[in-house]
Design a protein. Structure first.
Length: 57
């Protein structure tokens, strides 16, 4: 939990994450749909690019 740049730095520093070719994002039950949308949008637009991800065709 935290800002995308801090999460990206922590994930980049983790050797297990660096060796992985997939990353699962788990969200707790009970979140409102708009909160889920915001979190997933932040992952796609902020966290992903901070990790060097790019959209696939």
């Amino acid at each position: 939990v935290g800002p995308a740049d801090e999460l990206a730095a922590a994930l980049r520093a983790d050797p297990a994450v660096q060796a992985a070719d997939e990353l699962a994002i788990a969200l707790p039950d009970g979140l409102r749909p708009d909160d889920v949308t915001q979190i997933l949008t932040d992952v796609a637009r902020r966290l992903g690019p901070a990790l060097g991800w790019s959209p696939s065709a």
